[in-house]
Design a protein. Structure first.
Length: 116
């Protein structure tokens, strides 16, 4: 997947929005004000940070060289995916879904209900 594909897919998630809270060089994707993905468009190759269950995060890091502990993030709960075409597109989409769903589960009940 290209970074453009990742951005487009993030924005298909219900109530997702793009923001620039860290300045113009970092794209952040949030649901109900909570971050589920971020990317730096000028990175070569492009990279995206995604929230991940800690056990799954370790398994993914072992299985793919292009998945590393989250850069500038809590390394237990975030992975950085290098979009170098070595991680299958279906898995990238699955990991975006996983990140989004983890964040939604952590929202207040009223916010979760509003998304239903």
């Amino acid at each position: 997947m290209t970074l453009s594909d990742v951005i487009d897919y993030c924005l298909t998630k219900k109530a997702s929005e793009e923001s620039l809270p860290f300045g113009p060089d970092v794209l952040v994707y949030k649901v109900c004000g909570k971050m589920f993905a971020l990317a730096v468009p000028d990175d070569v190759p492009p990279r995206v940070n995604l929230k991940c269950d800690p056990d799954r995060a370790l398994e993914l890091r072992d299985a793919y060289d292009a998945i590393i502990p989250g850069y500038h993030m809590n390394k237990r709960h975030w992975n950085t995916l290098c979009l170098d075409e070595t991680v299958p597109d279906d898995l990238v989409r699955d990991l975006i879904d996983h990140s989004y769903n983890l964040v939604v589960r952590g929202l207040k009940k009223a916010d979760r209900d509003a998304l239903a």
